[in-house]
Design a protein around this ligand. Structure first.
Ligand code: GDP
Length: 425
């Protein structure tokens, strides 16, 4: 299929970077359509190990055109540093274009993110404090700055001046912090203009041309379905849509062209930040899974924060696949479960005395108790297996059970962090 979206079915950190990197080899374009540097995709390849924050996962392939679409949030300094760090590590200069309509993270977005979490104290959301929520708030308040605005200095000054009228009232009276001046903000943004502007382009034209030529396009999601502001665990959600449906808007491509939606599903659960997490496990059981999870334990790729750990939640994942409109799934991190004698899988919730398989709204989710089915573990290392039939029968049974529960065919099974640690099915 020429146009495919690769998106998360859970809370993020499902291993989308690894799956996108694997699928990118056969793609012509890789496109980021939402979010900013507030999450990280871990990719391990011949150049080493990388945590990509804003760069699309196609940057390791010289033949790929990478696009950061109009739905994203660009931290200019962060982008340039990430780009330079790739080059320093021997990666050939990738082709990257940033939409002229993408919004720019301004210094005050980052400050407001920090100040608001400080103000909320114990009620905070666990923001990565990279300015993403304040940026999207400004976008919808129509006081944001788009990449194209950097070319028009006077207009940029006027826009910042207008935004600061209200920001300074909040800084002074709500947060009791120093006020900002237009001059300092404009100087800071324009310091990077010369290096940044060559990346800025009308990406719609590039996308249209590629689609017309039948090129293979990969739309790369950040975070997961349950962090979507409309369909996720609001308000413990992110600030831009994580769904394949939004990929059409955030990347700039006709919706009918997206035929294939690969939902990335994690073999167990993890979550960063606040919010209800039904299958969360604590104590030594949780620590063990955190220690053995991922490639070097389950710690945030952007923040280094320990992730909250849990068993596989079929109720949440089935819902995640539904809202993504998944046509197929990639099951990741299956190798991690090899240490377990028995593996609990949550197949339904008990909420106020009734059992349900449907994912509820946030207030009810906080009251849901997991109902588990226990499957046998395989207690062996499956990381070298490349053929589904050669997996231990218990591992095959686990995959088949998850598939039945989420009602989406599992076409890829990831059994290790490296590009080739994968089973196709
Ligand atoms: P993403 O944001 O969805 O790309 O996920 P992250 O990069 O935040 O987290 C996934 C972590 O799991 C990274 O450390 C990956 O290197 C690692 N990883 C991905 N797939 C596998 C897998 O199948 N097995 C193991 N052991 N690690 C994996």
């Amino acid at each position: 299929m020429p146009v495919r979206a690769v998106v998360g079915a859970n809370w993020g950190d499902e291993g989308k970077g690894k799956i996108t990197d694997y699928l990118a080899a056969h793609s012509d374009l890789v496109v980021r359509f939402q979010g900013g540097s507030n999450a990280g995709h871990t990719i391990i390849n011949d150049y080493g190990k990388f945590a990509l924050h804003l760069l699309p996962s196609g940057v390791f392939y010289p033949h790929i055109t990478n696009i950061i679409g109009p739905g994203t949030a660009i931290n200019i300094k962060g982008f340039l540093e990430e780009y330079d760090s790739l080059i320093k590590r021997g990666v050939p200069a990738p082709q990257i274009f940033i939409s002229e309509r993408a919004h720019i993270v301004l210094p005050y977005h980052i400050l407001f993110d920090q100040y608001e979490e400080e103000r909320l104290a114990s009620r905070q959301f666990g923001s990565t404090k990279s300015g993403i929520a304040p940026l999207y708030a400004d976008k919808y308040l129509k006081i944001g700055i788009q990449a194209c605005d950097l070319a028009y200095e006077r207009l940029l000054e006027e826009k910042i001046e207008a935004a600061l009228e209200q920001k300074n009232i909040l800084l002074e009276h709500l947060y009791r912090k120093p006020k900002l001046t237009t001059g300092e903000i404009v100087t800071e943004i324009l310091a990077y203009r010369e290096k940044f502007m060559p990346f800025v382009a009308d990406t719609l034209v590039i996308m249209e041309k590629a689609a017309a030529e039948g090129k293979t396009i990969l739309l790369e999601g950040q975070l997961g379905a349950l962090r979507d502001p409309d369909h996720g665990i609001y308000p413990y959600s992110t600030s831009s849509s994580t769904l394949a449906g939004f990929a059409a808007v955030g990347a700039g491509i006709a919706p009918h062209l997206i035929r294939n939606v690969t939902a990335v599903i994690k073999s167990y659960s993890s979550s960063v930040g606040a919010g209800p997490f039904v299958t969360e496990i604590s104590g030594e059981e949780g620590n063990e899974l955190r220690r053995l999870g991922g490639d070097v334990g389950e710690y945030g790729a952007t923040t280094g924060r320990p992730r909250r750990m849990g068993w596989f939640d079929a109720v949440a994942t089935r819902y995640g696949c539904r809202v993504q409109g998944a046509t197929e799934a990639a099951l990741t991190l299956l190798d991690v479960l090899g240490y377990l004698e028995e593996i609990p899988v949550c197949t339904s919730y008990e909420i106020q005395g009734s059992e349900t398989g449907d994912f509820p709204v946030t207030p009810l989710l906080g009251r849901a108790k997991p109902i588990y089915t226990t499957l046998d573990g395989w207690q062996s290392d499956i990381s070298k297996v490349r053929n589904f039939d050669q997996l231990p029968p218990q591992a095959r049974a686990y995959v088949n059970f998850v598939e039945e529960q989420v009602r989406v065919p599992i076409r890829l099974i990831s059994v290790g962090p490296k590009r080739d640690d994968i089973i196709t099915r």
